[in-house]
Each structure stands twice: as C-alpha cells, then as structure tokens.
Design a protein around this ligand. Structure first.
Ligand code: GDP
Ligand code: IMO
Ligand code: MG
Length: 422
C-alpha cells in the first residue's frame, strides 16, 4: 500500500495521531499537507506520551522522513518550540523537512484571528487562535510570506514591509497597532537560522519516494466536517481537510493514492462552536467527557460530546471515498447500559439521510437514533475480533454498514499496541 491517506471523519480529535503513529512504523515518508498548529495529534508509544501540532506524528520513526508540506501554515516559533520539546525528550528530529513553499503564520495573523473571532460576538467560531484563517486569507490574496522567503534576509525584509504597508488598515480596524517591520523580521530571521537545516524543496523528495514505490503516509489534520467546502461552514477551519485537500497540500497526484483511511471515534466530539446534532447536554455527555478526558490537545478547552452521528460520518466517507475505517476509543464505551447511533435526521417533520450544507438547516435537524445494548467487559486487552464482546461486535458491524466502508482498525486504548487489526 504505497500511498496511504489518513483523514478525520467527524470534527477532529478522532485519534489520527495514534493511527498515523501505527502506520508510520513501516513508512519511509510521512507528510502533513494542510492546516497548522491548530492541530493536536497525540501519540502514546514506548517513548512516552506526546502531542504534536506541526511536526508529523511519524517523527517517532527515526527512519522516516517527515515533511511539513507546501499546503501547511507554519508558525516558526511554535515549530522551534516543538522541536525543543521533542529534543528535550530525546526524540530524534533529524528526519524533519519543511517545504520552502509552506506559508508563514505571522504575529499579525494571530492578532487578527483572535480579534476577528471576538468581534463576531455570539457568532464566534471558537477558533484555536493560532492565526490559521488569516494566514490562508493572505495566501489566497497573494500577500503571504513563505518559509523559503526567510532564506533570503534582504528580500524577506522587503516583502514584509510591502505586506505591512498593505495590512495596517485592516489591523487598525480591529485595534491592532501597526507592527514594526524590522523587529518582526529580526525575530523571524533568528528562527530561520535555527530552522535552516530542515528547510528544503520537498517536491523532489516526494516525487522520488513515489517513483520508487516507497511507503508514504499522508497525515490529515482537523477533519472532513471542518473542511472549508464540505464542513459546517462557517464553523470550519480554513483548509481543505479531505483526502483531496491532503493530496493537494502534499504534492501527490490523486492517481498515486492507494488507500484512504477514515478515522472516527466510537462516539462524537467537537471543540469550538457550530452545529453538532447528536450533542448531549446531559449526564451521559458529561460522563463521556470525564471518562474520555475530552479536553482539547491544543487549547485545553472541554470538548462537546455526543452519540455517533452516522449521517455526518457517511457524508465524510463518501466525499473521501474511504476504503477503510479506523474506529478509535471503543474502550470508552464499556459500561454504558445502552448506546445510540444517529442513522437519519428529522427535518421539519420529514426524515432525511443526507448531511445538509447550511448550518441553519442543520440547527433544525433532530437526530433519529438506533439503540444498541451496551457491554460491561473492558476491551482494552482485546487484540482480535473474537476478543470483543458480542454487543461491541454488533455496534461495530452496524457502523461499517452505515459508513459504507469496512472497519480495519479498532482502537481499544491509548497506547500504540492497544488495537484490534482486522
Ligand atoms: P487527533 O487530533 O485525531 O490525533 O486526536 P487527539 O490526539 O487530539 O485526541 C484523541 C485522544 O484519544 C488522544 O488522547 C489519544 O491518545 C486518544 N486515543 C486515540 N485512540 C484511542 C483509543 O483507541 N482508546 C483510547 N482510550 N484513547 C485513544
Ligand atoms: P486535530 O488535527 C478539533 C476547530 C476549532 C474551531 C475551528 C476553527 O487535532 O483533529 P481554527 O483555529 O482552525 O481556525 O479553528 O476548527 N479545529 C479543530 N477541532 N481538532 C482539530 O485538529 C481542529 N483544528 C481546528 O476548534 O472550532
Ligand atoms: Mg487533536
């Protein structure tokens, strides 16, 4: 399976980090293709428990090259902090490569992100405040600065001055003082010295790996329902979080893809604002949050929790053409007397089975549930299908029918080996 893409099937935090860490054991190349430090991917392996935000979760395999691809929004300060953190824990980061084409998240992008979200008041998105939206706005507006620009200090200073001359009105409108171009350039150029060994043209590395049939893992971030085109707009992130977006941002042609894995949790969670039809506001929701430690990996915010939404999940499965599902956190469902799965929505008195594109429509959708008997047995020790209680098996089998793709991996605990492979 030379080129495998791993993409989130709901609203993020499905356990992509764990799945990527598992697949990356045999990988030659692991590529992040979109988004930035708004992601938080947890890896638990023999070296400890880690959260990576910009660095691909494949970094724990010292034989793999790990690429931060052209489609990623890179904050150099956060990247250096992540390198330091991994270095302090003796993780070898020599395999990291950062694309010269990746866009830079600048301090003013972070200021704009926070100020704009606050100004939305009750319509706020609840962004991570990492400056991702404003960075992609500037990229599309063609006033973005890129990682490669930092390799030519004089040109970088000049480009930054040009950009700031155009942006100060926008900054002033949200109460941000005009930044001092030289001081900002000094700070970024200092970081660039530290990052220089990692910065390179990444496309030749990608092309060579693909041509030689090497094992390539594409690490999706966020998730399909946070995708700019297919998610719950405007309550989305500013990148394309689908398999297609990931291929684009990694520099791999769609025909090279050999496998697309959708990662779903055995229930749903969402952090930030926006529609979430199966959200639970009762003791069951609180219980899932507490036993699942559902607090954001990046921001520490409590995650909203609810039953598995198979309508939303199938929307993602179809858009991405998943040919396999990784279902994580099945262990957390042990001990619930019954479980529910949303199989359709009721909209204005009628039943629908598609995921509406307008949030105003979604807000009127009531989930229609199927109920499943729960199980009492802990499943963390399960390594084969036969080790799972019959009620857990029935739950998984129903999900694969609803998602129209076979379940290939089942997460039964945080650690890498706590998995059932089918
Ligand atoms: P990501 O953003 O998709 O990589 O997911 P996060 O790392 O933000 O959140 C997923 C959480 O679930 C992390 O704490 C993981 O360690 C944890 N996790 C992943 N798979 C499993 C699993 O099968 N069982 C349990 N108990 N935890 C898991
Ligand atoms: P991983 O890769 C969960 C959400 C934010 C907010 C919205 C927009 O760990 O699954 P942004 O800062 O991107 O402009 O915020 O998107 N969001 C995520 N939620 N997991 C993520 O990444 C997310 N990345 C962005 O909470 O609602
Ligand atoms: Mg996460």
């Amino acid at each position: 399976m030379p080129v495998t893409a791993v993409v989130g099937g709901h609203w993020g935090d499905e356990g992509k980090g764990k799945v990527i860490n598992l697949l990356a054991r045999d990988a030659d190349l692991v590529i992040r293709g979109h988004g930035g430090a708004n992601a938080g991917h947890t890896v638990v392996n023999e070296q400890g428990r880690f959260a990576v935000h910009l660095i691909p979760a494949g970094i724990f395999n010292p034989r793999a090259l790990c690429i931060i691809g052209p489609g990623v929004a890179v904050h150099p300060g956060l990247l250096v902090a992540e390198l330091d953190e991994l270095g302090a824990r003796e993780i070898d980061t020599a395999g990291l490569r950062v694309s010269t084409a990746a866009h830079l998240v600048m301090p003013y992008h972070q200021s704009l992100d926070r100020a704009e979200d606050e100004a939305r008041e009750e319509r706020r998105l609840g962004t991570t405040g990492r400056g991702i939206g404003p960075t992609y706005v500037d990229k599309a507006r063609r006033v973005g600065l890129r990682v490669g620009d930092m390799l030519n200090p004089a040109m970088f200073r000049e480009k930054l001055r040009f950009v700031l001359d155009r942006k100060y009105h926008e900054l002033a409108a949200v109460g941000v003082a005009r930044p001092e171009a030289d001081a900002m350039a000094d700070e970024y150029l200092r970081l660039a010295e530290r990052l220089e060994p990692y910065i390179t043209e990444t496309q030749p590395l990608v092309d060579e790996a693909v041509a030689r049939g090497r094992q390539v893992v594409l690490e999706g971030a966020h998730a399909t329902l946070l995708d700019l085109d297919h998610g719950t707009y405007p309550y989305v992130t500013s990148s394309n979080c689908t398999v297609a977006g990931l291929l684009q941002g990694s520099g791999i042609g769609p025909r090279r893809l050999t496998r697309a894995i959708g990662v779903y949790k055995a229930y749903c969670s969402r952090v930030g604002e926006g529609p979430f039809p199966t959200e639970l506001f009762d003791a069951t929701g609180d219980r899932i949050r507490e036993i699942g430690h559902e607090y954001g990996t990046t921001t520490g915010r409590p995650r909203r929790c609810g039953w598995f939404d198979a309508v939303a999940g199938r929307h993602a499965s179809r858009i991405n053409a998943f040919d396999g599902i990784a279902l994580t956190r099945l262990d957390l469902l042990t001990g619930f007397p019954e479980l529910r799965v949303c199989v359709a929505y009721e909209l204005d008195g009628a039943q629908i089975d598609y995921f509406p594109s307008q949030v105003e429509t979604l807000d009127r959708c009531q989930p229609i549930y199927e109920t499943f008997a729960g199980w009492e047995e802990p499943v963390t020790g399960a390594r084969g299908w036969a080790d799972l209680p019959p009620n857990a098996q029935a739950y998984v089998r129903r999900l694969e029918v609803l998602l129209e793709a076979p379940v290939q991996l089942i997460g039964v605990g945080e650690a890498r080996e706590e998995i059932v492979q089918l």
